[in-house]
Ligand binder design. Structure first.
Ligand code: MG
Length: 251
């Protein structure tokens, strides 16, 4: 496998392998041992969905030291995480909607982990075998609400606040990837996943001691420094080395 996406044509929703823009539907369980159609489908009328439909989205905060500093918050001793509503998901190409234009609402580029096998109480050393792959994400945040509350569900769970995709890369080492956010072509965030305080395997291990993770579940690994406000008309692009970029606009 390599880049896996999820698509819709008419009423039919399906996973597929994406190779140079061509879409080859999956046969069988995408999280099992799938095979692929030999011929790509015609792309007319095909819509890109988020690459998975998770049972839950877990977001990790303050997982890059430079972002914790710019937020004025101490580094967490253990991973700090919360849940985002699955209804906040937005596919590649979708429009982020700002609910309160007088609030400050920020972009946050993040590497997302996608779980491939049901897992509970796994060690960090064994975590990799439960991971399906990695994709681009944003953890859009209403800072005005976030800064007024002690937990962040409301600030981060508005519809369209979790852009995800377009594809899950199943063959990639997640721990030395450049991660960047471009706002209208301007570089705003620029870091590397080697600066994660808790790496992907440690996060899966830690979270799995708290809750069972299911195939398709998504873990957002945190954002580096450089967060900033978005405005209607913005074009936001998350670029992570080795992954297909995630592009969204704001309205
Ligand atoms: Mg975040």
């Amino acid at each position: 496998m390599a880049a896996i996406g999820r698509f819709q044509k008419g009423d039919d929703i399906f996973y597929a392998k994406v190779v140079e823009g061509e879409v080859y539907p999956v046969r069988g369980d995408v999280f099992g041992s799938p095979s692929f159609e030999k011929k790509p489908i015609k792309l007319k009328g095909v819509k890109t969905l988020t690459p998975v439909a998770p049972s839950k989205i877990i977001a990790v905060g303050l997982n890059y030291a430079d972002h914790a500093r710019e937020s004025g918050k101490p580094l967490p001793k253990e991973p700090l995480f919360w849940l985002k509503a699955t209804t906040s998901l937005l596919p590649d190409g979708g429009k982020i909607e700002i609910p309160f234009p007088h609030h400050r609402t920020d972009y946050e580029a993040e590497l997302a982990i996608v779980i491939g096998r049901r897992v509970r109480n796994v060690t960090a050393a064994a975590a990799a075998r439960y991971i399906f792959g990695y994709t681009c994400a944003q953890d859009i945040s209403d800072r005005t609400i976030q800064n007024g509350e002690s937990q962040w569900t409301r600030a981060k769970s508005f519809d369209t606040f979790t852009p995800l995709g377009p594809c899950v890369e199943t063959k990639i080492d997640p721990h030395d990837l450049n991660i960047q956010l471009f706002q209208n072509g301007q570089l705003r965030q620029n870091s590397n996943t080697r600066h994660l305080i808790f790496n992907c395997f440690q996060l899966v291990s830690f979270i799995s001691t708290n809750m069972t993770l299911l195939p398709g579940d998504v873990i957002l690994t945190g954002t580096p420094s450089g967060v900033g406000p978005i405005q209607s008309g913005d074009r936001l692009e998350v670029r992570i080395q080795g992954l297909t970029p995630l592009v969204n606009t704001v309205k």
